[in-house]
Ligand binder design. Structure first.
Ligand code: PLP
Length: 452
């Protein structure tokens, strides 16, 4: 860090402060983790200086021998740990991976027949009118994914995301009573909508998904089953989600991030069957430019770690800790969406404390716990204030925490939320009403919680 300091001391200081922040506040953000030092070092080096557009041994630049070896190795280990036919390790992020997967599926299933129908096989010779017809054809394709408020991701067809511009996008929700996916309802909706892509996967759903059932639904309606396992890839690699719950065994295309439960560098990846490999491999130039060789090197390091038996133990402990923490929070009087969890995350409904998710998130941060507010299904407080907190155990499990610590964490969360009240708005048209953002907690309670 001294060399960074010699050039940009203010940046070096922030890196050191971030280290202090991540070590002194308890990290319960479900999408975060602590990657290993070998993974960090593999991404912090001169590999960043290399351009390598194309794919291994088929590049648009000279001198890519080392990058070829790095990328091939990362893809090979990914195939091994996930049992996949094909792995594409270039996506810079989970959002990139989804965008590439969408275009690959459109390309594989739609674009060529679309062009033939138009009567022209070389896209560069198409007239403006032909392009408009082709675009219309692509734009009429349907995507059916989990609703954002039921735990789906922005890139799954949310109205403000480009995915909703690319597709005629539809969503399924969880059951209003149970908070669970209702496969019969999804099947009925899929039969009606006939999507090109049936998308499974989530950012905030606390239960397993039956991917075998989802594939049956996809097959019945002629859809491609795409799974976004960004959140739970580590649980798949670690063997916690197997059989009917293993996405790679059942989906045509699987996308993921590499930095959540998988504990690698910040990045993305696509796994797919042979049928989609050629289309996925066109991620560059279809969607991205130059890959990030240093990040692909770090992916290879992290995947090598994930192939070890210790990683299987780690993945199992994430879920044990999560189930323990959810049960301990319930014992502290908190309402847990769906009554518990099967994975690395759960959702606390904070309405019982008279708070919004925003207030709960802020007061816990003041008391040394970092987590994020999250909408609950059909949330009356919307996506900004929310009524929920999302709690994840991947990072604290990396730190070696177990049952004793989960009990202590639940007790701190219960004490903090139980002693917090919404502040009263003093000015403007809402004067005298409860604030949805600001809160009050006594200095003694906050200090004692932080101390613990
Ligand atoms: N897909 C899911 C399910 C996610 O939860 C996320 C991020 O939280 C993403 C995709 C996007 O990943 P990234 O932030 O790397 O673009």
């Amino acid at each position: 860090l001294e060399s960074v300091h010699s050039v940009a001391p203010e940046i070096a200081d922030k890196i050191v402060q971030e280290l202090a922040d991540q070590r002194t506040n308890l990290k319960l953000i479900a999408s975060e983790n602590y990657c290993s030092l070998p993974t960090q070092l593999a991404m912090g080096n001169l590999l960043t200086d290399k351009y390598s557009e194309g794919f291994p041994y088929h590049r648009f630049y000279a001198g890519c021998d080392n990058v070829d070896a790095v990328e091939s190795r990362a893809a090979q280990i990914a195939c091994e740990i996930f049992g996949a036919d094909y792995a594409y390790v270039q996506p810079h992020s989970g959002a990139d991976a989804n965008l590439i997967a969408y275009w690959a599926i459109l390309n594989q299933r739609i674009e060529v027949p679309g062009l033939e129908e138009i009567g022209e096989s070389n896209p560069s010779n198409l007239s403006r009118e032909d392009w408009d017809r082709l675009r219309e054809r692509l734009g009429n394709q349907r995507l059916l994914g989990l609703d954002y408020y039921s735990g789906g991701h922005l890139t799954h067809g949310y109205r403000h995301n480009v995915s909703a511009q690319m597709f005629d996008s539809y969503t399924y929700t969880v059951d209003r009573e149970t908070g669970l996916l209702d496969y019969d309802a999804i099947e009925a909706q899929a039969e009606e909508i006939k999507p090109l892509i049936l998308l499974a996967g989530y950012s905030a759903y606390p239960r397993k998904i039956d991917f075998k059932r989802m594939r049956r639904i996809a097959d019945k309606v002629g859809a491609v089953l795409m799974v976004d396992m960004a959140h739970f890839a580590g649980l798949v690699a670690g063997g916690v989600f197997s059989g009917d719950f293993d996405p790679v065994a059942h989906a045509h295309v699987v996308t993921t991030t590499t930095h959540k439960t998988l504990r690698g560098p910040r990045g993305g990846m696509i796994l797919c069957t042979e049928e989609f490999a050629e289309a996925v491999n066109k991620g560059c130039p279809m969607v991205i430019g130059g890959p990030l060789p240093h990040i692909m090197a770090a992916k290879a390091v992290a995947f090598t770690e994930a192939a070890k038996p210790e990683f299987r133990e780690y993945a199992a402990r994430i879920v044990d800790n999560c189930q323990t923490l959810a049960a301990d929070c319930q014992a502290e009087g908190m309402t847990i969406a769906t009554g518990g969890t099967d994975n690395h995350l759960f959702l606390i409904d904070v309405r019982g404390f008279g708070l919004t998710g925003r207030q709960a998130e802020s007061v816990l941060r003041e008391c040394g716990i970092t987590l994020n507010r999250n909408s609950l299904p059909f949330d009356p407080n919307g996506a900004w204030y929310t009524s929920g907190l999302r709690v994840g155990t991947a990072a604290v499990t990396t730190l070696g925490m177990g049952k004793g610590e989960m009990k202590e964490i639940a007790s701190i969360i219960g004490t903090v939320l139980g002693n917090t009240r919404p502040a009263t708005v003093t000015k403007g048209k809402n004067a005298g009403k409860s604030s949805k953002a600001r809160y009050e907690i006594s200095e003694e309670v906050a200090a004692a919680a932080k101390q613990r």
